[in-house]
Design a binder for this molecule. Structure first.
Ligand code: SAM
Length: 345
């Protein structure tokens, strides 16, 4: 017998501002094996109890309904997704959902040597690895727990497993790593990496334990400044057609380089939200139409009180109807309830 969601005609997920939502980012855990200074406190963080985290069956059920409504891409993230037991099995389940055309992963890369092959076999297509510095001692200082060499091995393992492209996410922060922009750009001359510079966004960590002295909160570096630095060194960047994706990054290439350079500028680009095509599912089962606005729809509550596919579908539509036109970081508005790690970066 056919699954009900497979027989339902797809309804495009169009929000009130005529943006079509095709992409769901799913956080599978709020736990992480690193403690990056700009993301998490070193200790004292309260993780959700296991029972509050969506099971793989629940995650799969939501994606299945979403796919019948027009979702096409799923990115699995966290916390650190690879620390959750049985993660490869989730990838396998998601890749079997009709309508899902692309499954990707955001990871710190540390566990990729162990899992890259299995992930590729299970249906993972590509991977984004977070790497904020190319200096081993600085890597340890930023992540508090990590070893730079482990990430490099992770990147190599991803490539060897055929996960492609490998994108590197670099959050550029004043006086933390802003002196490495040119070094990162230079790596694209020889490596076919996509290096993506990201402006740091403010979350609730500023208000509490993560960084107690708010004057130490690392500021973001505007993308125009970063692009200017790169062009002063390497010449005018060429827009890159091959790297262009469906997300918010704008891609360029140093003339003649093998790799490309992406810019993600939620803080400085006024029209950043105009092309938003995504929603987010938190590890504890809240569907969040916007990363940077606190409104959420409690899909876990819906499912655990007996709601089936129709109720999930209604929850997804409710989130869609309330997707804001844009975030309000410029007006000083901040996500108040959750850190990035609790939403899924
Ligand atoms: N553990 C995985 C990883 O390291 O990629 C996935 C979760 S992590 C929260 C996802 C991404 O969010 C990372 O690239 C991280 O650098 C980024 N991130 C965390 N806090 C951020 C912030 N305040 N502004 C911008 N990016 C942030």
């Amino acid at each position: 017998m056919k699954h009900r969601s497979e027989t339902k005609a797809p309804t495009p997920l169009v929000d009130p501002f005529q943006r079509t939502i095709t992409y769901l980012r799913v956080s599978v855990t709020d736990r992480c094996n690193l403690r990056c200074v700009y993301c998490m406190p070193e200790e004292g963080i309260e993780f959700q109890p296991r029972r509050e985290i969506l099971s793989y069956e629940e995650i799969t059920a939501i994606i299945r309904v979403g796919a019948a409504m027009g979702l096409r891409q799923v990115r699995l993230t966290g916390g650190e997704p690879l620390v959750r037991l049985g993660f490869v099995d989730l990838v396998r389940r998601v890749s079997g959902i009709p309508g899902i055309e692309d499954i990707s992963l955001t990871t710190n890369g540390i566990a990729l040597p162990r899992y890259a092959n299995e992930l590729a076999e299970a249906g993972l297509r590509r991977v984004n690895v977070s790497l904020d510095t190319l200096r081993p001692e600085r890597f340890h200082a930023i992540t508090r727990l990590g070893r730079y060499g482990d990430v490099l091995q992770g990147i190599a393992a991803a490539r060897a497993a055929g996960l492609s492209p490998v994108k590197l996410n670099v959050v550029v922060m004043v006086q933390v790593n802003d002196d490495e922009v040119l070094d990162f750009a230079r790596t694209t001359l020889e490596e076919d990496w996509e290096v993506r510079f990201i402006e740091r966004m403010p979350f609730m960590e500023e208000q509490e334990t993560c960084i107690k002295d708010t004057s130490l909160v690392p500021g973001f570096v505007p993308m125009e400044e970063i692009k200017g630095q790169i062009e002063a060194e390497f010449g005018a960047l060429e827009p890159s057609q091959t790297a262009a994706g469906h997300g918010p990054a704008r891609y360029y290439r140093i003339p003649g380089a093998r790799g490309s350079i992406g810019f993600i500028s939620p803080m400085s680009e006024q029209r950043f939200c105009e092309s938003c095509n995504r929603m987010r599912l938190t590890a504890d089962g809240k569907l969040r139409p916007c990363l940077l606005t606190d409104h959420e729809v409690d899909l876990k509550g819906v499912m655990r009180s007996g709601g089936g596919e129709e109720a999930i579908r209604e929850g997804i539509l409710q989130a869609l109807r309330t997707k804001p036109e844009a975030h309000h970081l410029w007006d000083g508005s901040r996500p108040r309830w959750r850190r990035m790690i609790q939403i899924g970066g």
